[in-house]
Design a protein around this ligand. Structure first.
Ligand code: TA6
Length: 293
């Protein structure tokens, strides 16, 4: 299974043609090409804005950014000096190792520790490892969060995989989210944004500007559209965010190509309502498996 280490990125390829490309910057997967059982020809599965910055000057607009230790604007006292979505997507990770490399899959491991730029704004002891596994029809991402503190205090954090799924936004449906509680971040008042709603739709669409945080979501959901779909299975990630800015919000984003919002839906498994935690010397692992349907 070929593995290529280029200057600032890693390229994985599968004997049957699937591939994945990661930047060391943010450990951001910027491309995943895979076929399905029915249509074996590998095609791109992730959206990447034509105006995305890939030079490390700002988080990538597309692919799979890694969100840690906070989701959205920081709310935890330890995160108060961090930018929205934390630092993991904005730091350059280190290539650590090839974890597996056989006829069926290849896994690579990237790591991130307290760099000077991180410790200037976040003074907790931690170690992150990110394991990305490419198989013929699947891509897995595992985030390992280790509390390396020598004192007994827990490490509290949020984590999320910010998946930009390439799909015709006017056709997609995400299910099953019916009867799941969610928070609508498009509401114009804080009261509205903090008001829990219950999803009534059997399939969630993004025909309008959508920014919904579902709490206590199933650990498996499907994103489908005519002629395609992805299945997402997760562990330790109890919540999921569905986001599409549509023109209303997308047109205000400098790194969002014009009309880009028509070509993706963000389906983002995470632990983002409240904080999870890991005791000193222990490791938390949040995982997703993306499968082409
Ligand atoms: O995951 C949805 C969201 O939190 C939206 O509110 C929007 O801010 C999006 O993330 C993109 O955030 P970014 O910081 O990458 O512009």
């Amino acid at each position: 299974m070929p593995f290529q280490r280029l200057d600032n990125r890693i390229v994985l390829t599968h004997p049957k043609g699937a591939s994945a490309e990661l930047l060391l910057f943010g450990a951001t997967i910027i491309s995943w090409k895979a076929g399905s059982q029915a249509n074996p020809e590998p095609t791109e599965r992730l959206f990447l804005s034509l105006k995305a910055f890939l030079d490390g000057s700002k988080p990538v607009r597309g692919g799979i950014p890694v969100v840690f230790p906070c989701f959205g604007p920081p709310t935890h006292p330890e995160h108060s000096r961090l930018a929205q979505h934390g630092f993991a997507r904005s730091e350059t990770w280190e290539f650590d190792s090839v974890v597996t490399d056989n006829a069926d899959s290849v896994s690579v491991r990237l790591t991130l520790g307290p760099t000077p730029s991180i410790t200037a704004k976040y003074n907790r002891s931690f170690h992150l490892a990110y394991v990305v596994t490419l198989e013929e029809h699947r891509l897995s991402t595992d985030l390992h969060v280790t509390n390396t503190s020598t004192s007994p205090d827990n490490l509290e954090f949020q984590a999320l995989f910010h998946n930009y799924i390439l799909a015709p936004a006017d056709q997609i449906l995400v299910r099953p989210l019916q009867n799941i509680m969610y928070y609508d971040k498009t509401e114009t008042t804080e009261e509205g944004r903090n008001n829990a709603k219950v999803e009534s739709r059997s399939g969630v669409d993004v025909h309008k500007y959508t920014d919904s945080v579902y709490e206590g979501a199933p650990q498996e959901y499907e994103v489908t559209w005519s002629g395609g779909g992805l299945r997402i299975r997760t562990s330790e990630l109890k919540d999921v965010v569905i986001w599409n800015p549509q023109k209303k919000a997308g047109s205000k984003m400098a790194d969002m190509e014009d009309g880009g919002w028509e070509r993706f839906v963000c389906v983002e498994p995470g632990y983002v309502r409240g904080f999870t935690n890991v005791g000193a010397g222990n490791t938390w692992v949040g995982r997703q498996v993306l499968s082409v349907m």
